[in-house]
Write a protein that binds this ligand. Structure first.
Ligand code: SAH
Length: 359
């Protein structure tokens, strides 16, 4: 953690920092509340703190507050997609999805990604850097503040591999679900991973109850290796063993994400092999017709193939749902909006009508 990034401090760390400034513990609580409950956009908004203290804070600390640079609203559903600028000029994307059970925000955990999955836009330009806890939190805070709507669910399924940014992820989860902040139930937080087996085992032992989603995308190691480089480092047997350990330790059922790519992983033999692989696991399969990325030539499976795949899983004793595709008209899939924005900035004048601030 960057030492002066005050929004990434836990309550205990903040108390120690305030003590150093000669302030009483209740000031630390007030400050924490301004940041994590009232979602203040700057020190100046913290009117119950004296001007003098606000000045001291400004001199000593970095206050992370993301700047919205582009916002897109889907005409098909209530989904909204945001591009935020960080202090160093990088941009990240976040998505607000409205469901019957509440509002869910999908956040990014890194700027770019180094996992290299072949169907994913987030990884096309590699990893720029990890996001700090404050930068993950503020995606949620800014969206809640801008819409005025309570966020009840968070999915760490945007750009980046959360378990490749482990320490900051943990700090993020603890602040988001802790007292004195938004106090979100850990059960309503989902962390999606491409399958870094040792990190899954480590997460299982943190005493958390967050939901884990595994990006599976293939019924065997051979197909998985063609889609996901990480599959060469960790065999499915190892990853699924880590998932069973996660269930054993946390009691949380898992989600297995499976993006269907026409002619690659969507046949009925693939479905049968997947059912055999997953049957002993505590969890269900979430089928996602792959979202075509313009830099790749992957084709989405037909609706009928998706339904046949689901039927085959169910017949073989595995629960499977087909994910509703939200925000398809606004570059809904991982990293697509950011990629388009960066490409447009690199080659000014070529930005199409969807590239700007559109509604
Ligand atoms: N790195 C994490 C989280 C980010 S991706 C992970 O791998 O799980 C969130 C999910 O979207 C993953 O399951 C990912 O494989 C999937 N995904 C990425 N690009 C996609 C695309 N173009 N179409 C369908 N799913 C995609």
């Amino acid at each position: 953690m960057e030492p002066r990034d005050i929004k990434s401090y836990t309550q205990t760390e903040l108390e120690a920092a305030m003590l150093e400034l000669g302030e009483k513990p209740f000031r630390a609580r007030q400050l924490y509340q301004w940041m994590h409950e009232k979602l203040a956009g700057s020190f100046d908004e913290m009117t119950s703190l004296s001007k003098e203290l606000r000045k001291k804070l400004k001199e000593r600390f970095l206050y992370v507050s993301l700047k919205p640079v582009c916002e897109k609203a889907s005409k098909l559903d209530g989904t909204r997609k945001y591009l935020f600028a960080l202090e160093d000029g990088h941009v990240i994307e976040s998505v607000l999805m409205r469901y019957a059970y509440g509002n869910s925000v999908c956040i990014s955990s890194q700027v770019g990604c180094r996992m290299g999955c072949s169907f994913c836009a987030s990884t096309l330009d590699g990893l720029e850097r990890n996001l700090r806890a404050s930068e993950m939190l503020d995606q949620i805070y800014r969206i809640q503040a801008m819409t005025g709507e309570r966020i009840s669910h968070v999915v760490v399924m945007g750009s980046g591999e959360p378990l490749d940014n482990y320490e900051n992820l943990l700090r993020f989860i603890r602040i988001l679900s802790g007292e004195g902040g938004l106090n979100l139930s850990q059960r309503n937080i989902t962390v999606s991973t491409c399958g870094i087996a040792p990190a899954i085992r480590r997460l299982a032992e943190e005493g958390l109850s967050v939901t884990l989603a595994l990006s599976l995308h293939a019924p065997d190691d051979r197909i998985r290796q063609t889609l996901m480089p990480i599959a060469k480092a960790y065999a499915l047997s190892d990853v699924l063993e880590a998932c069973r350990f996660y269930f054993k330790k946390t009691g949380r059922r898992l989600t297995f994400e499976y993006s269907l790519v026409k002619g690659v992983n969507d046949s009925l033999p693939d479905a049968r092999a997947l059912a055999a692989l997953i049957r002993g696991q505590h969890g269900h399969v979430n089928l996602i017709p792959v979202n075509p990325v313009k830099e790749r030539d992957y084709v989405q499976s037909d609706r009928r193939a998706v339904e046949a795949f689901q039927g085959c899983l169910e017949k073989n004793g595995v629960n499977a749902t087909i994910r509703r595709e939200l925000g398809r008209d606004i570059d809904g899939a991982c990293g697509q909006l950011r990629k388009r924005y960066i490409d447009a900035v690199k080659t000014p004048g070529e930005e199409d009508e969807e590239g700007g601030r559109g509604e």
